[in-house]
Design a protein around this ligand. Structure first.
Ligand code: PLP
Length: 353
């Protein structure tokens, strides 16, 4: 959800402030200094990260950060280990950088580190590993502390770069916040974040925190296609962070999405108890629903689509072509009435399969 009025006010102030500073000209490819400083403070408070502002680069969404990070670390013949199922656009970014991807299985604790060790023994060209440990995409599970430590140890011994995508860190509804891997292993980690979940995917802002030589390389690559980011927008978001507007918005969004998660879970339990099972995700914006009767996910998807409901089956997230029978059901954008309607369509579509 977008705090439209607050963003519009901040944009106006940001534009005026930039103009007053005579800085609507060419700027730093790593982002405006105001937003880099604001994000540094924000990430220190929210994610326990400690870094200098020249270790951070603002990007047009985390997609650009994924692409630039892969470009910056790519070597001939290199491979990146990725979660399977996983985030397909990360794979797109890696492949576009000429890097091979090696799928590693995911279980209820995220990427299997045993699986990663086996892959490393077989394929020494794996030089990096991409993970979404806060809530694995698409299964929503959190990687626990022991597994994170094993991953860090393995990265240190095998000299792997960890690409950590902390895309939905603003949304944790239960328990203490889980700090990112980058808070423990800054030297080994390229940390990537996004403002798409807090503002909107159409507001293209993301960021990457990495050792300064890597940030400099990424900035150099970015300049080849995009001289710099959108100065007034970056200034506006810096202002929203500085005056606490973004934090207030995050608290509100968290409350609303938390309630929507619970409402969807209750509705699914009422309407489809025999067909779907799921664990309640501890945060994030989606629920991973596994099909437990023998319904074919593709037939179910088609039937729902004819009734106006778009479903994302696990096959869309498969890196190796094999997929469990499951759907990733996003709830953040739906109010209670829309959730009721979606549950109803799911039920009717299920009957039609
Ligand atoms: C795993 C993952 N990473 C990153 C993003 C955000 O991408 P962007 O910041 O480019 O909008 C998403 C959005 O859905 C995502 O699911």
């Amino acid at each position: 959800m977008l705090p439209t009025a607050a963003l519009a006010r901040a944009f106006r102030r940001g534009l005026i402030r930039k103009k007053a500073l005579s800085s609507l000209g060419y700027d730093d490819a790593r982002g405006t200094s105001a937003l880099r400083h604001a994000l540094r403070t924000h990430l220190a408070a929210q994610r326990g990260l400690s870094f200098a502002s020249h270790d951070l680069m603002v990007t047009r969404g985390s997609q650009m950060a994924l692409f630039l990070a892969a470009q910056a670390i790519a070597e001939p013949g290199m491979a990146i280990a990725v979660e399977n199922p996983g985030y397909p656009l990360a794979v797109t970014a890696f492949r576009a950088s000429g890097v091979r991807v090696v799928p590693i299985d995911v279980d209820e604790g995220g990427m299997s580190i045993d699986g990663l060790e086996i892959a490393l023994a077989r394929d020494p060209s794996i030089r990096a590993v991409y993970v979404t440990p806060h809530h694995q995409y698409p299964t929503t599970v959190t990687m626990g502390a022991a597994r994170r430590l094993r991953l860090i140890d393995l990265a240190r011994t095998a000299r792997l770069t960890i690409l950590e995508d902390d895309y939905d860190h603003d949304y944790r509804f239960e328990g203490a916040p889980i700090l990112p891997i980058a808070a423990r292993a800054a030297g080994e980690t390229v940390y990537i974040g996004s403002l798409s979940k807090l503002l909107a995917p159409g507001i293209r802002l993301g960021y990457v925190v990495a050792p300064p030589d890597l940030v400099a390389r990424m900035a150099g690559i970015r300049e080849a296609i995009d001289r710099q980011g959108d100065g007034p927008l970056e200034e506006a978001v810096a202002l929203m962070i500085e005056d606490g507007e973004l934090a207030r918005h995050a608290r509100r969004a968290r409350r609303i999405y938390h309630a929507r998660r619970d409402y969807l879970a209750a509705r699914l339990r009422d309407t489809l108890p025999e067909a779907l099972t799921f664990d309640i995700p501890l945060g994030g914006l989606a629920l991973w629903a596994r099909i437990v009767d023998s319904t074919d996910p593709e037939r179910w998807r088609k039937a729902a689509s004819e009734l106006g409901l778009s479903l994302t089956p696990a096959a869309n997230h498969s890196i190796d072509g094999l997929a469990p029978a499951a759907f990733r059901l996003g709830y953040a954008g739906l109010d209670e009435q829309e959730i009721d309607r979606a549950a109803e369509i799911l039920k009717i579509a299920h009957l039609r399969t």
